[in-house]
Design a protein around this ligand. Structure first.
Ligand code: F6R
Length: 600
């Protein structure tokens, strides 16, 4: 989704803004822009498409010496992705960047137009800068004008505004969209101030950061020493955000899953015990059911979690899609633990579902990959998934770690409730470690999938089928493929085939069948046979050769279905990757998608 960057200091503003935007690229965008205010001059550059277009636009521009700047990557919501609609938006002497949605922009725009102010874009954002200039005309004080402006906005926003009337100040406001202020040193060892909508652009620049709370607004002036409220140290781990020699971030992230899964387990799983310190204050005896709520891939992890928690902890679990949950006036029960799952921690629907549950007095738990994200801050309890920065828009390692956290949680609850014997616990932990090892990518297996992928570039679509916990894995396999290959793919519980979908079975239908040896093998086998009998092209994922298949992707023999689950997860991710690469698609930044969906 949209990204924001801001800077006050002595270094070259253009490069700091452009580098910052590069770090935000992975969130997805369709246009970008920067504004620099230096020596009283306000210079703005915007462009559609990739950042390289913006870089070219401002090639000849330099801004050494003291100044400030704001930048933005836009993912279109109101108005097409055009240069005019790209941020920063400007009035006569001020510029603004904004993430989120201004819900009442129509009425503001109308009243400003009646005052004779003209608009050039189709965006909601443009009203902010005109409203500010209108207030400034009357109030004469930029900060007062900014405060009045913000008080009139309804909706979600993270805003940075600069104006020639106060050329040493950045005005900022935050409500519902993330905004961080960072403090560091510039190359002259003087204080430098940074703004960003996520950590990534601040790594290596800011030594401490402040994650702004909803309802915050302020102004930061250049010069002088600034004390950030509630400052946090920012780690300088930039390397982990790089590609490590892989062509795509997605590939790198698939390959590092075994490492991050171990990180996820660290301190939580020992030889014969599960411990979740983060939940030490949570009274599990008062919990009689769990609701898992999320979007997209995280929703698939939630379904997988529901199988695990019900099976292992014998606790009733309900799974909700966040965007549906929040508008259907759900019935919530006092003894329900409300768990939201999110990689980014900023997904608008998931965040609002969480707030709704809190308003209804439920205990809440956030399972999240980003510390200090809105979801982590809003939840009563949180469990971090520890996947590290995930840059590929198509989620891989985040999904793996979400399932792992849910698996640990299931065992933790079972242990607390006394329904897990020591022996069973030990066995479960052994299985977990084996599952982690199963995610280590075998290069030969990868090569085999790569060769095979060329047979799957045509046809009229894919069914990914599985039973039990392999059903959410089938959903995830189909989502991965459609996100990056743009081929039509659906995930189904295999027992559902004959209730309608089998009508599509013919020579042009590819069916990827998840056939674990350790869970309902015979049942899924007969479902696959039905498809095979109708000429569908079958690609079987299994440890044993299945004679009814057209292609076989062999996974090693394991003795537990969860190990097979993680092994097949990697196969599905690589399969999607290789099909998409053959089709010449941008794997890390697929069309129409954004990494962090901060609008509903
Ligand atoms: C798919 C994908 C999305 C996200 C969804 C929720 O690869 O990444 O479906 O899972 O947008 O995002 P988070 O997990 O950040 O709440």
């Amino acid at each position: 989704m949209c990204g924001i960057i801001g800077y006050i200091g002595n270094d070259e503003k253009k490069s700091i803004l452009l580098n910052g935007l590069k770090e935000l690229e992975y969130r997805g965008y369709d246009s970008s822009g920067i504004s620099v205010l230096s020596e009283g001059e306000l210079s703005t550059f915007k462009s559609v498409g990739k950042l390289i277009n913006l870089e070219r636009k401002c090639e000849g521009f330099h801004s050494s010496g003291f100044g400030l700047g704001i930048g933005h990557t836009r993912w279109a919501t109101h108005g097409k992705p055009t240069e005019v609609n790209a941020h920063p938006h400007f009035g006569k002497f001020s510029n603004v960047v904004h993430n989120g949605i201004i819900e009442n922009y129509h009425s503001i725009k109308e009243s400003l137009q009646q005052q004779g102010r003209s608009f050039i874009s189709q965006t909601d954002t443009e009203v902010i800068v005109h409203l500010f200039e209108s207030h400034l005309e009357n109030l004469k004080n930029p900060f007062e004008a900014f405060k009045h402006t913000i008080s009139e906005l309804k909706g979600a926003y993270a805003i940075l505004l600069i104006t020639q009337k106060s050329p040493d100040t950045i005005y900022y406001a935050k409500n519902g969209s993330p905004l961080i202020i960072g403090r560091g040193k510039d190359s002259k060892d003087a204080e430098a101030i940074y703004f960003a909508s996520s950590d990534a652009p601040l790594i290596g620049l800011a030594s401490e950061v402040c994650y702004l709370e909803d309802g915050t607004l302020g102004a930061i002036k250049a010069g002088g020493f600034h004390t950030l409220p509630n400052p946090k140290l920012l780690s300088g781990d930039k390397l982990s955000a790089q590609k490590d020699g892989f062509t795509f971030f997605m590939e790198k992230e698939i390959y590092e899953q075994h490492k991050v899964l171990l990180e996820t387990m660290m301190g939580r799983v020992s030889e014969d015990n599960f411990s979740l310190e983060e939940l030490s204050e949570l009274d599990l005896s008062s919990v009689d059911s769990i609701t898992l709520c999320a979007c997209g891939t995280s929703y698939h992890a939630a379904i997988a979690g529901s199988y695990l928690i019900e099976r292992i902890a014998r606790l009733k679990v309900k799974v909700e899609i966040a965007s549906e949950f929040r508008y259907r006036n759900p019935i919530l029960q006092a003894n329900e633990l409300f768990v939201v799952i999110s990689q980014s921690g900023e997904t608008a629907d998931t965040l609002e579902a969480l707030k709704l549950a809190k308003r209804n007095g439920l205990k809440t738990l956030g399972i999240c990959n980003v510390d200090n994200s809105s979801i982590v801050r809003e939840s009563d309890f949180s469990l971090l998934t520890r996947a590290g920065i995930e840059k590929g828009v198509a989620s891989t390692k985040a999904f793996a770690t979400q399932v792992m956290v849910l698996w640990i949680l299931a065992n933790f609850i079972a242990q607390k409730c006394g329904i897990l014997s020591k022996a069973a616990m030990k066995q479960e932990i052994k299985t977990m470690l084996e599952a982690v090892r199963a995610t280590e990518v075998d290069k030969k297996a990868h090569e085999h999938i790569k060769r095979l992928s060329r047979r799957y570039l045509h046809g009229h679509g894919f069914f990914f089928i599985g039973r039990d916990i392999f059903y959410p894995l089938a959903l995830e396999g189909a989502l991965k493929l459609k996100e990056i290959s743009y081929l039509h793919a659906e995930g189904y519980p295999s027992g559902e085939m004959k209730h309608g979908p089998i009508a599509l079975a013919d020579l042009g239908l590819f069916c990827v069948a998840l056939m674990p040896q350790n869970l309902l093998y015979d049942k899924i086998k007969s479902n696959v046979e039905e498809l095979s009998a109708r000429d569908a092209m079958i690609c079987a994922l299994s440890a044993e050769y299945y004679e009814g298949c057209d292609d076989w992707i062999a996974i090693p023999k394991y003795s537990h279905y969860m190990v097979e689950f993680f092994a097949m997860m990697v196969v599905l991710q690589i399969f999607a990757l290789e099909v998409a690469v053959r089709l010449g698609n941008d794997v890390d930044m697929p069309r129409n998608l954004a990494k962090s969906v901060t609008v509903e």
